[in-house]
Design a protein around this ligand. Sequence first.
Ligand code: PEP
Length: 328
Amino acid sequence: MRKKIIIGNWKMNKNRKETINYLMTLNHMLNKNHLLSDNVDVCLAPSTLCLIATNTYINRGGLFAKNSLRSLIIAAQDCDSEIAGSETGSISFMQLHDEGINACIVGHFETRRNHHLTDEQINKKVISLTNNNMLAILCVGDTLEQKTENLSKQYVLEQIEKGLKGVIIDNLDKLVIAYEPIYAIGASNPVEVLDIEDMIKTIRNKLAELYNQNAANSIRIIYGGSINSANYIEYAKSDEIDGLLIGKSSLDVTSFYDISYGVSQALATKYPTLGNKYYTLKQKEIEAISKPIPEPKKEKQEVESIIKNDIDAIEQTKESAIDAEENK
Ligand code: PEP
């Protein structure tokens, strides 16, 4: 069975403090209430500016981050397919990799639209990411006009075929496909489960054609568009839908936790608990969590010493290179 994945896409929201507050709260919920079990991957895509703070909090701020939070996948919202170059304003997949960010959303409708991305450019990103052992979350989706004209499948399959051109079969475990109908993104009505299942089956058949049935069966195909903690239940129950990509509702930590934990519990208990409210923050907890964040001394020292070690290592390499040059 494919492991489900819940992805929160924060888009252009939350500054560093809000990000750390969110993580602290999530950590608090996980420790105090329930841990996620191993049957679900949870992923957050904060803004680029907050990726490092998120990674530092989760992986180096050992003081706070515990249990399930440690397994949180941190994803970027976009990247460039080149290692480096004259691309003002861009961030390369390798820069993400070097910072320990090993997942990235690719071809989200808003990025396609705002940056006029072609399927060929998106394809290059998927190749760069998967070739470098990074998770590519490839978004595809149809417009309302295409739906009305019965062209949705044709259009989505074209995005799949072009987006995956040259992606080798051995790298498919580094791929998640997110079907996000454009008319459902940021709206209030998710697409009906049956329609999503139908599209997912169509995508899977295409993957079997492009690779083989076994490979197609192993790829996670998830849904995104207008999902929240009140309506996710039907989607979580579906065996065809391997997870959810959540925009607006992921900004609220309680909703995101309820959905993630709800899906995890549902799988563990065969659904009777779906839709439960798992955590309601008490007033005292809200006050404690909203207090100004104290300067995390230990964490700061740890990060500073890592940076210092990096600088020392670079200096040493430079010196050896100079020595080697002089001794020629
Ligand atoms: C998205 O932007 O990928 C998305 C699914 O947004 P929302 O959940 O707000 O519809």
